[in-house]
Design a protein around this ligand. Structure first.
Ligand SMILES: [Zn+2]
Length: 285
């Protein structure tokens, strides 16, 4: 069973910790590094002959259409990460629908490829905004990969499915493709360890993530859906003094070594696009 590596294509300043520390108004005055960092991710995937899914932020795509074309031309899938990186549950239903329609059309016009998948910024579809699933099918998406089935201060998804499943919506079926997590079975403890990527891959030792991914592989129940951001392999990004020590740790820790960890994971497992996994679920495979 193949896993999937997905990349949320955004600039370092779109990251939640930096947004909270410096504020959105400063974004427009900062140097963009998303082309450099995405090209670095593309080269990691190319040298391992792996195809991935790139959820591209609309504002990034609008500014750098060539980057979207380069991702597409290298055989990767293009998905949508929304337009302005607003959390899904902070938007009204109407604003969310507009955002996902606009970003889908924009990415399709640039790449010439149908955009089937969506990933909400910071996994921001939770119990309070499940109407987002109706909006996604209405906008023509066929799968969503915004469910991280773990506990996080912003959501508690420990009771959610670890495997992909079909969600019925007002406008048809939507395949939900959750991120990889590992249940921790200890008496009195209902916990799940996120092992899907990002800060988890940067902060935890390589062997722990590898152990988790191997465990999922051996169980053979579902693929492991993993993710990362281009800025997570960018050692040259600016360091902001406004970040608290915890925010600094969460944003910058492990950036220097993540490319090597990704190389090892790509070599150790088999990988495909989320589109292929979602199509398989839809077709009952
Ligand atoms: Zn994001």
């Amino acid at each position: 069973m193949s896993n999937s590596i997905s990349i949320d294509v955004e600039d370092y300043y779109h990251a939640r910790n930096i947004e909270l520390a410096i504020g959105r108004p400063r974004w427009s005055s900062l140097e963009s590094r998303v082309r450099y960092s995405t090209e670095k991710v593309l080269s990691i995937l190319a040298r391992n002959e792996v195809k991935g899914t790139f959820f591209v932020l609309g504002t990034v795509a609008r500014k750098d259409k060539d980057l979207v074309r380069a991702i597409h031309d290298q055989g990767h899938e293009i998905g949508s990460h929304g337009f302005r990186h607003h959390l899904a549950y902070d938007q009204s239903e109407k604003a969310f629908y507009k955002d996902i329609c606009y970003s889908k059309k924009l990415l399709q016009d640039i790449s010439g490829q149908e955009v089937k998948g969506y990933r909400a910024p910071n996994f921001s579809i939770r119990d309070q905004n499940l109407w987002a699933y109706d909006s996604l099918t209405k906008a023509g998406y066929s799968y969503d990969s915004s469910l991280y089935p773990v506990y996080h201060p912003r959501y508690d998804n420990r009771d959610k499915s670890l495997s992909p499943f079909i969600q019925k919506t007002k406008n048809g079926d939507l395949v939900i493709v959750p991120l990889a997590a590992l249940p921790i079975k200890l008496p009195g403890l209902n916990w799940r360890l996120g092992i899907a990527g990002g800060a988890y891959w940067r902060i935890f030792p390589h062997f722990l993530i590898r152990y988790g991914l191997k465990k999922i592989e051996k169980a053979g129940q579902h693929p492991a859906i993993c993710y990362l951001h281009p800025w997570e392999v960018d050692e040259g990004q600016p360091v902001f003094d406004e970040l608290t020590p915890i925010q600094k740790f969460r944003h910058y820790h492990g950036v220097k070594t993540l490319d090597k960890k990704i190389d090892r994971h790509l070599k150790d497992f088999s990988w495909t696009t989320i589109e292929e996994i979602a199509d398989g679920i839809k077709n009952g495979n």
